[in-house]
Design a protein around this ligand. Structure first.
Ligand code: SF4
Length: 239
């Protein structure tokens, strides 16, 4: 299989079947903490990067031949870049839901949610895990290094608009990088914006795997505890 892998065990999602919808590494961001290393094709253009029919064929093959004793908790769209850049993702999500009752998850950097079409495409996911690492333009550019002149306020607005129409679970992921977005005042700004978006859970993460850039450091334990306290009951530290 080229586009479907696993099931692999993950900290948050148990045993999860991964699905790639874009080749390595097509992404609208080039995050300094990315474990996949540097983005080779930074773009916001949505297109059929990988053939929809081939992705669906692999999923069909998996579900047809899946041994009954193989545990599977989720089908997860993430892969080697930003999955929502595949313009057929809505069709793929609908098809996978017809193939299996296993809940479907989309992990996204949220950069495309400002597009109404993407918000509609993701309505079929059971869980969407969007990320939000910054609430100010300077930190956004420092951590996520977005394509072109993308504005963080547009990303946040896309998240809010998506939350208004989406009936599934939204787990907002915040990656904290030491010295960049982990000060108490900045955590409070992130919390305020998270409250305005209204996710079901907030997941605080840290770059524990080797990052794209060597200067990227994990926040201290006391910072992670402070973050948990600031974000409150809805928050899990997942690193
Ligand atoms: S959005 Fe995800 S895939 Fe893209 S650079 Fe950031 S961490 Fe890597």
């Amino acid at each position: 299989m080229k586009y479907v892998y696993g099931p692999v065990k993950s900290r948050r999602l148990g045993f999860s079947l991964g699905v790639s919808t874009v080749p390595y590494k097509v992404c609208s961001f080039d995050c300094v903490y990315c474990q996949l290393k540097e983005t080779t094709r930074k773009t916001l253009t949505r297109k059929t990067y990988l053939k929809t029919s081939e992705i669906l064929e692999e999923l069909r093959t998996f579900f047809t031949h899946r041994p009954k004793d193989v545990r599977l908790d989720y089908v997860t769209f993430s892969g080697a870049g930003e999955p929502t850049l595949h313009r057929g993702i809505g069709r793929i999500l609908k098809a996978v839901r017809r193939m299996s009752p296993v809940p479907v998850v989309v992990i996204t950097n949220a950069s495309t949610l400002m597009q109404e079409r993407v918000r509609r495409d993701l309505l079929d996911a059971d869980i969407v895990i969007p990320s939000l690492d910054a609430v100010t333009q300077d930190v956004f550019e420092k951590i996520d290094r977005p394509v072109g002149n993308m504005r963080i306020e547009d990303v946040i607005e896309g998240l809010k608009q998506f939350r208004r129409v989406y009936g599934g679970k939204m787990w907002l992921e915040i990656m904290l990088v030491r010295g960049i977005n982990d000060s108490v005042p900045y955590l409070e700004l992130l919390k305020k914006t998270a409250d305005e978006i209204g996710p079901d859970r907030v997941q605080i993460n840290a770059p524990v795997r080797p990052p794209a850039l060597p200067w990227v450091k994990v926040p201290t334990k006391s910072t992670l505890s402070a973050a948990k306290k600031i974000f409150g009951k809805k928050c899990d530290v997942v690193c």
